[in-house]
Write a protein that binds this ligand. Structure first.
Ligand code: ZN
Ligand code: ZN
Length: 346
């Protein structure tokens, strides 16, 4: 009964330049940023582009010296968490490209291409970090984690199902589900891993790695906003999915994800000094509330509307709030410059 989405063509000059729908619509394939169905997608892309960085820019000299001096438990957690991050970020490159492939809006294709490029750099950065600090054997086993570690496999089970279901059976419902899981990845799944590295950094350990992680974190927050906006727009165009059954499915995924993230953080951070696991659980719930709000839904953890992990605010909220303002300012300046170039509708 549900209709399979056709892959969008590359160029179809008989169609209009402004797309008629995000998915399952028509568009020529010619992208005019001044004639978009959703003009604010331009701003989303600009904000993401403004974050450009490459892994090789980050100086790892100190980390190379420090890694062997870390406690064994810290070294093990370090390698496991990089394994987790790599397992999540590699499919993110492909998920973004697949969303692009089936979208019939050229601005979405372009936005997703930008996100996919950053995801690919995130993945590269994990190889870069590991090749700086450890042996080839240990690098290899870190990247095997997603294939062999039972806790990690269990944790990722639903992501795998939802992503693969969309790849095999691309429908509107399945693309909406992929967006929900992308929002969960960008806004929640990475964060116990990020916390581990920020905790090292606040103890003056592995600051190069943490700097890189903070770049990735900053990107993921922008990706989370972009995918949430795309989700709301797609749901708006396909209102038959805006029903109790689908929305309850989303809430279920959030509850399940918080449980899985909590199990995972207890497994991987148990022997790490400086991270309070109850605070970690609260922080994950706080992140879940935040992502639900971005998706246009309600918070499900009323006790966690504020970040309970106070120390991490210095690392994360710094660019979550302050730097967001900075980006806004950059965007406004860009629009101002662009006025003179005829981009006045932006
Ligand atoms: Zn990423
Ligand atoms: Zn991302």
């Amino acid at each position: 009964m549900t209709e399979i989405l056709k892959r969008a063509k590359i160029l179809e000059p008989s169609n209009p330049n402004k797309s008629t729908a995000l998915f399952g619509g028509e568009a020529s394939g010619i992208l005019n940023w001044n004639d978009l169905a959703y003009p604010h997608f331009y701003t989303l892309r600009q904000r993401i582009r403004s974050l450009f960085w490459t892994a090789n820019e980050v100086d790892m000299t100190q980390d190379v010296k420090q890694f062997p001096t870390l406690l064994k438990s810290e070294q093990e957690a370090f390698l496991k968490i990089i394994g987790l991050l790599a397992t999540l970020d590699a499919p993110q490159t492909v998920a973004a490209m697949k969303i692009a492939d089936f979208s019939t809006d050229p601005s979405v294709k372009s936005l997703m291409a930008t996100i996919a490029d950053q995801e690919s750099e995130h993945n590269h950065s994990y190889s870069y970090v590991l090749s700086s600090v450890t042996t080839l054997d240990k690098q290899m086993s870190s990247f095997e984690m997603g294939r062999v570690d039972e806790v990690l496999k269990q944790r990722n089970e639903r992501i795998v199902d939802v992503y693969n279901e969309f790849a095999l059976n691309p429908t509107i419902e399945n693309v909406l589900k992929v967006m929900v899981y992308t929002a969960l990845l960008e806004g929640l799944f990475f964060y116990s891993g990020f916390a581990f590295f920020y905790n090292l950094a606040r103890n003056n350990k592995m600051v190069g790695t943490s700097t890189m992680i903070s770049y990735i974190n900053r990107d993921e927050l922008e990706h989370g906003k972009a995918i949430s906006d795309l989700f709301r727009a797609t749901l708006g165009e396909n209102s038959k999915y805006n029903n109790d059954k689908f929305i309850n499915w989303v809430y279920d995924q959030f509850r399940h994800s918080v449980e899985q993230e909590t199990v995972w953080s207890r497994y991987v951070l148990a022997d790490v000094d400086g991270i309070n696991l109850r605070e970690m659980e609260g922080y994950v719930k706080y992140r879940a509330n935040k992502m639900l709000r971005l998706l246009g839904l309600s918070e499900i953890y009323p006790d966690y509307t504020d970040n309970p992990m106070k120390w991490i605010r210095a690392y994360v909220d710094n660019f979550d709030d302050t730097k967001t303002d900075f980006f806004e300012q950059t965007s406004r300046q860009y629009v101002k410059t662009s006025d003179a170039n005829g981009f006045d509708d932006l």
